[in-house]
Structure formats: C-alpha cells, structure tokens
Design a protein around this ligand. Sequence first.
Ligand code: PLP
Length: 360
Amino acid sequence: MKNKSNLGTSPSVPTYKKLEELLRKNILNLTPYSSARDEFTGDASVFLDANESPFNPPYNRYPDPLQRKLKEKISEIKHVRAENIFLGNGSDEAIDLVYRAFCEPRTDNVVAIEPTYGMYKVSAEINDIEYRKVLLDSNFQINVEELLKATDAHTKVIWICSPNNPTGNLINSNDLVEILERFHGIVVIDEAYIDFADQESFIYRLDKYPNLIILQTFSKAWGSAAIRLGMAFASIEIIQVFNKIKYPYNVNQLTQNKALEALENVDQVAKWVELILHEREQMFDQLSQLKMVRHIYPTDANFLLIQVENPNEVYKKLVEKGIIIRNRSTVSLCGGCLRITIGEQTENMALIEELKKIDK
Ligand SMILES: *Cc1c(COP(=O)(O)O)cnc(C)c1O
C-alpha cells in the first residue's frame, strides 16, 4: 500500500506533497507585478512614484497592498502570526485563489462534501476544474473513507465547511484531523461560522498541518458583510503564493479602515454573538411548537435548518408578507428544508407570527 509506506514508522507524522508539486507550473514560475507601493515601503515625505493625484487626501493614495496594519491587529486577536494571514475581497476571493494557485484546468480535480456552500462549485466551474461531491451521512457528518476514496492523483484540494452551510453543524474534529493526516494535498476548512460554535478554530493547528488553509470572514459574526473582507490562514509559503497572484490592491482603503474600527470593538462582536445565540434558542423553542415543523436540525451557526411539510408553500407565503428566508428544499439531503438566519428579536418574532398564521 503506497499510502502506508509513505507514512513510514510514525503514522501520526504524515508526509505532505511539497508545495512545488501541488502548485500549477505557471504559478510556480510566475514573476508577480511589482507595484510602486511594493518597491518602496519605508518612510518618506514626497511620493511621486505611483502617478497618483496629490489632491483629495487620504483617498488619493493607493492602499497598502499587503494590509500590514490590519494583519497586525488580526494577528493579535487571533493569535496567528501576520505572515500566516491573507486578506481578500470576501472569502470568495480566497476560494477563487485556491483554484487558480493549485488546480490545472481540465486536468486536476477537487473533492467536497455535499451539501455545502455553493461557491466552491461555482468557482470550480469558472476555473474549469472537475468538482467531486461526496454525500454527508444522515447526521450531516463525513464518511472519511468515502471522501478519501473519491480522491486520486489529480485531486489537489478537499473542501470542508465547519460549521457547515446549509446544514449548520460542526464537522467532527476527529474526522478533520484524520483527513488532514491521510490526504496529502490541500485541505481547506471554511470556518465562516466558527464564532457561533462551541469549538476551537483549527487555526491553532496550522503549524502541525502545512497543507491546511482556514477561511474566516468579517461577513457573519463581525457584522461587516458590506465591506467585503475575508481571511485565509495558512503556511507562510501558501500565503506568499496568494500574495503573488492576487490583484495588487485587492482590499481597498475604505474596507481596511472599517475593519480596523471593527477590530477595536471585539467586545461588541462577542456581545452580538451572545445575543444571536440567545435568539437562536428562542427560535428553536418557538419553531418546535409549530405543527408544520417536522424537524429542526441541531446547529452550531447563526441559522437554523428546519424541515417542514410544504416548504415551497411556506416560502411563498412568507415572501408575500415581505419575509425572506432561504428555500433549501432542492439541496441534497435537505428535502423539505428551509434555512432561517437568526435576526434581531423583532425580525424573528415577525417570522414566528407569520408561521403561526400559516400553521392554522
Ligand atoms: C457566508 C459564507 C462565507 C462568507 O463569504 P464572504 O465572501 O467572506 O462574504 C464563506 N463561507 C461560507 C460557508 C459562508 O456561508
């Protein structure tokens, strides 16, 4: 068995493929664009290097291409070194960069759990990469053997989302560890909802797993979906590749300023999370009293997945009342399911009131 002999005498220390083996050749050999702001980063008083306007400060100047100040702040809060952080225009940018860095169009493939967040597949299709789905079990957990069986020599990436969207649950961390130890390509764990979960992030295991990429975002618990700021945490080598292939000024100055503001208010974010978790419990109780609700899935995120008798009808009636939830009833393993984001109390109550009327 090839896998076994690769592991040698110490099965807990896996041998990963080297980054050079995983990267596309053109990316490995790429000379990146060097901007004026890349070439000079020290202190100066006269900047005549970037063809900017001298008028309309502070927005006349190009932003820091590597968002150093912002990364320093995130580094302090997340206890991860700044050089292990990539920032992008939402997590969506990092998802796209994973494909562009590692996956050769029409040759390589990726394996993902199903159901999960839709962008992994859309981005695969945009990049012309085969996307292999492996169904979760009835508890929305991973069958590790089946997942690994779906991989082959051309599998560059495994996509995992935990807590998963739209199912809401954390993936068993033992299974994540097993996948990290047995798959030798890139493993992405999307932790967009980790702030709502009662489990530690995998960012603290980055040093142990050089081929791990963690995604997090300002769009959920941080309450900043509008500023478009996503984070990827990975080895220095992987972060350097992302920096090489991203657009030079991928995170604009307005976003960087707003994010710095948000990072001064970590306590506020913690309070928001507590409020949402409290509301989530209320919603769980209220929903479980409705006749139409067959099942409410356990959740570790800021949304609830519920199974109802007539999802399309419920969805439509709510829309008529100006209440929008997500109809997930055509998603694999989610027959009859609606996904409800936890809002503020008045919004949640408005939803419950309408559902009670429909329930009669
Ligand atoms: C909402 C969400 C994101 C966030 O994407 P952004 O581009 O950062 O807004 C990422 N992953 C999952 C699974 C999500 O549900």
